[in-house]
Ligand binder design. Structure first.
Ligand code: MN
Length: 342
């Protein structure tokens, strides 16, 4: 499926032709796909003479430090003035890898205030952001893959070199858990094949981003899985809770528990996994599921959202009440499922 059709391609190209200053923004808690897609697009737009700023609502987690030029991603949290200026002087803002204005947190006002036109490229369900041009594909594994296709459809494929391919590969690899979920589309491997031919060292990128730990990370995983995880066999679910006290005791840092929520799904009879973290202002819930089991509706019922197999929400409450709420919603979900199959 082409994203740029004969009807809309000229409009898209005009938006870019008419823009000198371009800002590329992604969601808070930027992940490998958010920064990979942003830096891939930024590289190509720079090469055709655009002045490009890449900005995220907050800092890029240290686990992505090995990504080339990662320091060029400006953080609204750490460099507010600079990002505000880039947004207000932008002619065009690319919104990558998020579907609603809430996903950009405190950066939202600066984005909405800007007179820049907005283009969205994203693979999350049900986009609600108001934009001038929308490219949405919830069936695509990653925004990075969408950006790769858009660059080609714009006729700029010649600018996809090893560096751009590294960014595209990074986004595709991280959003599929190294091609272990959302990764059945054969086109993924055609693109990966192209990346490899351009010289991308996939094993090195995997090792540096997905298979690198600090001692602190291994210890907090050990603690949480041993002492803070409960299994509910009736609900086919695991619940992991990280309290404020444990965050202090284990010197919690942003991003350190990334990937934790997926681990219980490796137990054959566990179809759902929930990770509840006691953040300063709310309980942050990460939800994962296997196969046709859907966590997006459960998270939507708590004001959050996401994909069928990976979603999240925030509740202003206690850990106990948050867990009780998740259990209640999951119980209802399973009851509905039984009604449908009976
Ligand atoms: Mn993504």
């Amino acid at each position: 499926m082409a994203y740029l059709t004969s009807e809309n391609k000229d409009i898209f190209l005009q938006l870019i032709d008419n823009s000198r200053n371009i800002a590329i923004i992604c969601h808070q808690g930027p992940d490998g796909d958010a920064v990979g897609a942003s830096l891939a697009l930024s590289s190509v737009l720079s090469r055709i003479g655009k002045s490009v700023t890449v900005a995220a609502p907050d800092d890029v987690p240290k686990s992505y430090a090995s990504i080339p030029l990662i320091a060029s991603v400006r953080s609204f949290f750490s460099n507010r003035k600079e990002v505000e200026e880039a947004l207000s002087s932008a002619d065009l803002i690319f919104c990558l890898d998020f579907n609603s204005p809430d996903r950009i947190g405190k950066m939202k006002d600066a984005v909405m205030k800007s007179k820049a036109r907005r283009v969205q490229i994203d693979h999350h369900e049900a986009p609600t952001l108001e934009v001038d041009f929308l490219i949405s594909d919830p069936n695509c594994c990653s925004t990075a893959m969408m950006v790769y296709k858009v660059i080609n459809e714009m006729g700029l494929g010649e600018h996809i070199d090893k560096l751009v391919a590294e960014y595209v590969f990074t986004g595709m690899m991280t959003d599929t858990g190294n091609f272990s979920y959302n990764s059945r589309d054969p086109e993924i491997y055609e693109i990966i094949s192209h990346c490899l031919r351009l010289g991308v060292d996939k094993d090195k990128i995997y090792r540096e981003i997905l298979n690198t730990n600090t001692e602190a990370r291994i210890r907090i995983f050990g603690h949480l899985l041993d002492k803070c995880m409960t299994i509910d066999n009736n609900l086919r679910a695991a619940f992991i809770r990280l309290s404020k006290a444990d965050m202090n005791a284990y010197r919690y840092e942003k991003g350190i528990t990334e990937g934790l929520v997926n681990i219980p799904l490796s137990i054959p009879d566990i179809d759902y996994s929930f990770y509840l973290r006691e953040d300063p202002e709310c309980i942050r819930i990460s939800a994962r599921s296997k196969g046709t089991n859907d966590v997006s509706k459960i998270c939507a019922a708590m004001g959050g959202g996401g994909h069928a197999n990976a979603a999240g929400a925030e509740l202003v409450t206690t850990l106990d009440l948050a867990e009780a709420r998740v259990k209640e919603l999951l119980t209802n979900e399973l009851a509905n499922e039984n009604n449908i199959t009976e």
